[in-house]
Design a protein around this ligand. Structure first.
Ligand SMILES: O=c1[nH]cnc2c1ncn2[C@@H]1O[C@H](CO)[C@@H](O)[C@H]1O
Ligand SMILES: [Zn+2]
Length: 379
């Protein structure tokens, strides 16, 4: 039976058992933050990397989760040394990318943009182009395997430049060079404090001159000035995390992080600009707690921003470090803020509208995959 407008407006409770069936869209997920622990062990063995902190699957999974739980972005990022170390050959990159696509598809992700920093994968002699080619091949193989078991997924790539390094212009050129082969955008990541996005202006200018979109990790470990630079000086199309946009919003006393209605909020210029321009916020609840960007899920600004009608999206960031999936992130938000399927449909449509593929492709996924998928759940 199709939903009438009134029944559709009624919140339909979230159901942990069905969440895998819900079509999900993932805009912020790091390739080198999403390896299977087993794969890390096998690739380390194959390549002779002997510095892993554990030699069994469970111990290694625990190590990543616990080490990432540091409350500091800088220490969180140290854990990537081990994943990057085992991703230095074309077969290793292809395998990791293939498994990434398969794992996301199995979790009900229908569209994903996966990012990684090609400049970190050159130590065994690959060129930037070879690195990207291997990853794109892996995505194609993984998506084919997923489709063969009835779990179709579209996977695209974002190439990231490390903000402490000086290769961003080169990486932006790489993004544009591969734009018709699966790379749909550019990003900068890494330690935020002390590395303002405006240091990479020439890379962003190059992207804009080529009509090519980009996102910037901003407002995670550093506050409002980082967000202001990212959107106003650099022209970011989306914000990675962006949680600290809350620093520019005043709420009436007594407003709680889980309130269903938020009234009387006063927005500063940056917050207004982000909302007016519908700049998407790629929020990653579990990761944000681990890096100390927010104190707890209960205090995460996701809900307040959603109620204030910012364009919020739900993301995983690093599935290995956070021991998470899109389904788990949905579950965490549902438990904390009482969301139902109609809310998750809205967040998913938000994400699909914000993807870096072309408008007609976004629309097709919204109309043919996302809406029909949620209609089944909403009933
Ligand atoms: O949440 C984050 N904030 C900033 N940088 C990150 C985050 N997660 C991962 N990376 C960084 O991005 C690189 C490329 O994927 C990773 O190696 C890691 O250093
Ligand atoms: Zn990230």
């Amino acid at each position: 039976m199709s939903a009438t407008p009134s029944s559709r407006n009624r919140p339909v409770a979230f159901d942990h058992a069905s969440v895998i069936l819900a079509p999900k869209v993932l805009l912020h997920d790091h390739l080198d933050g999403g390896l299977r622990p087993q794969t890390v062990l096998e690739l380390a063995r194959e390549s002779g990397y002997d510095e892993l902190p554990a030699d069994d699957v469970e111990g290694l999974a625990r190590w990543f989760r616990e080490s990432a739980d540091s409350g500091s972005l800088v220490r969180y990022l140290e854990t990537f040394t081990h994943t990057v170390a085992v991703m230095q050959t074309a077969p290793a990159l292809r395998r990791v990318a293939g498994e990434c696509a398969e794992d996301l598809a199995a979790d009900g992700v229908v569209y994903a943009e996966i990012r990684f920093a090609p400049e970190q994968h050159l130590t065994d002699g690959l060129s930037l182009d070879e690195v990207v080619e291997a990853v794109l091949e892996g995505f194609v193989e993984g998506a084919e395997a997923a489709a063969a078991v009835g779990k179709p997924i579209e996977v695209r790539c974002l190439v990231t430049a490390m903000r402490h390094a000086a290769r961003s212009r080169e990486i932006a050129e790489l993004a544009v060079r591969f734009r018709d082969r699966g790379v749909v955008g550019f990003d900068i990541a890494g330690a935020e404090a002390g590395h303002p996005p405006s240091r990479h202006l020439d890379a962003f200018e190059y992207m804009r001159a080529n009509n090519a979109p980009f996102t910037i990790h901003a407002g995670e470990a550093f506050g409002l000035p980082s967000i202001h630079e990212a959107i106003s000086f650099c022209g970011a199309d989306r914000l990675g995390h962006g949680v600290r946009v809350m620093d520019d919003i005043e709420l009436p006393s007594g407003t709680g992080a889980a309130d269903r209605v938020v009234t009387g909020a006063s927005l500063g210029r940056v917050a207004n600009y982000v909302r007016d321009k519908r700049i998407p916020l790629e929020m990653c609840p579990s990761s944000n707690v681990q890096t100390g960007a927010v104190a707890s899920i209960a205090e995460h600004p996701f809900n307040v921003l959603a109620r204030l009608r910012f364009r919020v999206t739900v993301n995983t960031d690093n599935r290995l470090m956070s021991d998470t999936t899109m389904s788990k992130e949905f579950g965490v938000l549902a438990d904390q803020f009482g969301y139902g399927w109609a809310d998750f449909e809205r967040f998913t449509v938000n994400a699909m509208k914000s993807a870096f593929i072309h408008f007609d492709e976004r629309l097709r996924l919204i109309d043919e995959v996302i809406k029909p998928g949620y209609a089944v759940l909403i009933g």
